[in-house]
Write a protein that binds this ligand. Structure first.
Ligand code: F0G
Length: 379
């Protein structure tokens, strides 16, 4: 009997494209290799001939795309001798940092906005042994403090300003190109700090490059970490970034001081990868747009109800925006569209239950009552 080789995470899989050495101790939880699910029911509802795929990043080990970046960031932190990592977070980064720190045997400090992170994420960071610092402020305050404290304290920042984070996250683009056999025409993502949209663009660009002996000026985003930075010869998608209306600095053209949205993961007014995201926008020929909280929740529900895919509210922003742009024709017919679903729906059960209209029928534990409940609700 033969066995398929055991999957041991994205660093092993893409070792030749990532900044690791032969003797680097790899800190992995088997992240990456997430499903690219082709939607069946939503495209026909839209009445448009488009292929929509969702890259279900919620199936990473801690339930979000952050694990792709964290395996790299923590691997490098440990290699460099760091005994502690730190991040500001709207929840997912803290859950991921805590898990990889636990795995590595180092300490994670996480700064989170008091009362504004989803329950699942808080539970993860608590269980995974992070030191949780709840700040009376938002993510942007946390980010500022993390940068300040790291100047004096022996801690490595693992937010996406750490360039190794983007290196790990670029592998999502590799997986998509390998699975589709080509890059999609459009890639839609929810945007907060804009690290992930930048990472995807690095990934697509690397894949579309000829091999180069050394890094050239072709890649303006990777901070010198790309291995394949020759001239672009292959196809790349248009990158489309959607923000929540109450937290949409890219739409306002300036930082937003008091961001608000039900999609707490992207409740960010001062994106850390501001300049990079504008480069991605320009180089890819894509665009930014915004979605209201209602549109986001509607898309989250539709995806769960019609396709059986449960993502957290922020993640549904990519689909909410894509559906609108497909309907209007801005995303052209016959296109292949990939929407990243950044985090799992179970991260934020409170928001899900609050908006659900699922029929919950309470009956006595008697056969006739159960039968009646079935009869009354048969479609
Ligand atoms: N979707 C989810 C579920 C997120 O958690 C985040 C960011 C984003 C999208 C936006 O990605 O910042 O790269 O543009 N969450 C960070 C955190 C800020 O702390 O977990 P981005």
């Amino acid at each position: 009997m033969s066995f398929r080789q055991r999957y041991t995470g994205l660093i092993e899989r893409y070792r030749d494209r990532l900044p690791v050495h032969d003797d680097t101790r790899i800190i992995s939880l088997g992240e990456g290799n997430t499903p690219l699910i082709r939607l069946h029911n939503i495209p026909s509802m839209l009445g448009k001939n488009v292929d929509i795929y969702v890259k279900y990043e919620g199936l990473n080990p801690t339930g979000s795309f952050k694990d792709r970046g964290m395996t790299m960031a923590v691997t490098k932190a440990v290699e460099e001798g760091s005994k502690a990592i730190i991040c500001a977070s709207t929840g997912n980064t803290s859950a991921s940092a805590a898990a990889y720190a636990a795995r590595a045997g180092i300490t994670a400090f996480v700064l989170i906005p008091d009362g504004k992170i989803a329950q699942g994420k808080l539970a993860q960071a608590m269980m995974e042994g992070a030191v949780i610092v709840q700040i009376m402020g938002n993510f942007d305050d946390g980010m500022r403090l993390v940068k300040e404290v790291a100047v004096e304290s022996p801690v490595t920042i693992v937010n996406s300003i750490n360039p190794f984070r983007l290196q790990g996250q670029k592998t999502a683009a590799f997986e998509i190109v390998e699975e589709l056999g080509r890059a999609p025409d459009y890639h839609c993502l929810p945007v907060g700090n804009a690290g992930n949209i930048t990472a995807h663009w690095i990934g697509y660009s690397e894949y579309a490059c000829g091999e180069a002996e050394s890094v050239t000026a072709a890649c303006t985003l990777c901070q010198g970490h790309c291995r394949f930075a020759g001239a672009i010869t292959g196809q790349r998608p248009k990158m489309v970034g959607y923000q929540a209306s109450g937290s949409a600095p890219f739409m306002r053209g300036k930082m937003v001081d008091n961001p608000e949205t039900v999609a707490t993961a992207i409740r960010i007014g001062h994106p850390q990868s501001w300049d990079q995201a504008w480069i991605v926008n320009k180089e890819s020929g894509g665009w930014f747009d915004e979605c209201t909280d209602d549109e986001i929740l509607e898309a989250q529900k539709l995806l769960a109800e019609r396709e059986g895919v449960f993502c957290e509210p922020a993640s549904a922003t990519s689909l909410a925006g894509a559906m609108r742009d497909i309907k209007s024709g801005k995303i052209e017919a016959s296109s292949t569209v990939v929407c990243t679903l950044t985090g799992h729906g179970l991260k934020d059960p409170d928001t899900a239950i609050a908006q659900s209209t699922a029929p919950v029928v309470k009956v006595e534990a008697k056969l006739d009552q159960v039968k009646k409940a079935i009869h009354d609700n048969l479609g």
